[in-house]
Design a protein. Structure first.
Ligand SMILES: C[C@@](CO)(OP(=O)(O)O)[C@H](O)COP(=O)(O)OP(=O)(O)OC[C@H]1O[C@@H](n2ccc(N)nc2=O)[C@H](O)[C@@H]1O
Ligand SMILES: Nc1ncnc2c1ncn2[C@@H]1O[C@H](COP(=O)(O)OP(=O)(O)O)[C@@H](O)[C@H]1O
Length: 289
């Protein structure tokens, strides 16, 4: 029997703001954004096997294992570190998919961090982040597990200890295609760069919002409704949105008032992901064994 290493967490993220500052020669847009972590989480279990195969069960309904970012992450690490072992990955999804909450990227990052330890690859954190970037722009943030100010397309990361407001997150149930937003001719592409000390959440925006509002009127209606309770932003390219508050009762009141627009929940922005703690727990149990 192979041992199962259970309950590796993969949190969701929000973009507290998102400014688009330019476009690179390859068409990708350069951004400034502040990432923090939120609930809900996905949970992953890993069973190392001897046959070299990478197998997934559970996960997002309708998503082929070969397209799953967790499987793609395991395959990339296996190649990079010349690993001969395989793995069975079991994923319990808690994060709504395609909503700008980064669930696929987070599953990829958790897979990289967990398998780097379980397969004994010994890649340094910077090498794991680099490998993650090849899978998606948000993967390095989740590998690091620390709130960051991100620039470039998400590869220039500055750790941040940002304020930790209470949030109401609303999923209007609209799947937004990231490419369709970034390729829209009306997208704001040249917002002036700001410095971290000049950042003020209330003065910032999500530059994707105007395009997303036009493409998805349901999201526009939801933003307008949530804005009645507190300052509201889109996360990533949406469709999820969030409003922030100084205290939990205010967030609870907003949640009660917004339920008609989709599935809403109350959570608190975090500057630390639970992933590094899970890795440390694994390392101390191995050292103690
Ligand atoms: C903008 C963010 C913020 O978190 O949005 P969400 O995915 O969370 O909504 C991410 O960085 C998204 O990064 P990533 O997840 O790698 O983007 P993809 O879905 O692969 O991008 C789809 C397409 O959008 C365009 N694209 C994406 C990211 C970027 N910085 N510039 C772009 O122009 C490219 O045409 C790309 O082919
Ligand atoms: N493990 C995974 N979990 C969720 N989505 C995944 C996963 N692997 C690949 N995907 C694909 O990535 C897309 C974007 O999902 P996700 O990362 O959750 O959201 P977003 O990029 O909007 O923040 C999904 O629609 C799905 O096709």
């Amino acid at each position: 029997m192979n041992d199962v290493s259970r309950d590796w967490p993969a949190p969701a993220k929000i973009n507290r703001f998102l400014h688009i500052t330019g476009r690179r020669a390859d068409g990708y847009h350069t951004l400034q954004t502040l990432f923090q972590f939120i609930e809900p989480l996905d949970w992953l279990d890993f069973t190392v096997t001897g046959d070299g195969a990478i197998v997934r069960d559970g996960g997002l309904a309708g998503l082929a294992p070969s397209a799953d970012l967790a499987v793609r992450a395991a395959t990339a690490l296996q190649r990079r570190a010349c690993v001969t072992a395989g793995v069975r990955i079991h994923i319990r999804k808690g994060i709504p998919a395609g909503g700008g909450l980064g669930g696929g990227s987070s599953d990829a990052a958790t897979t990289l961090v967990a398998l780097n330890a379980l397969w004994g690859c010994g890649l340094a954190p910077a090498a794991l982040e680099q490998l993650g970037l090849e899978l998606g722009a948000d993967v390095p943030v989740f590998v690091r597990g620390q709130a960051v100010w991100a620039e470039g397309i998400g590869e220039q990361l500055t750790p941040m200890d940002a304020d930790r407001p209470w949030l109401v997150v609303l999923d209007p149930g609209v799947n937004v295609n990231t490419g369709s937003v970034f390729n829209d001719p009306k997208l704001t592409r040249h917002t002036e760069r700001i410095t971290i000390p000049r950042f003020n959440a209330l003065d910032s925006r999500n530059d994707c919002e105007r395009v997303v509002r036009r493409l998805h009127p349901r999201i526009a209606t939801a933003i307008d409704a949530l804005s009645e309770f507190g300052p509201t932003r889109l996360t990533g390219t949406g469709g999820c949105i969030f409003a922030w508050f100084d205290d939990r009762p205010s967030a609870d009141r907003a949640k009660a008032g917004i339920d008609a627009h989709g599935r809403a929940w109350v959570t608190r922005a975090a500057n630390r992901s639970p992933l590094p703690g899970r890795l440390e727990a694994r390392q101390s149990s191995t050292n103690g064994a």
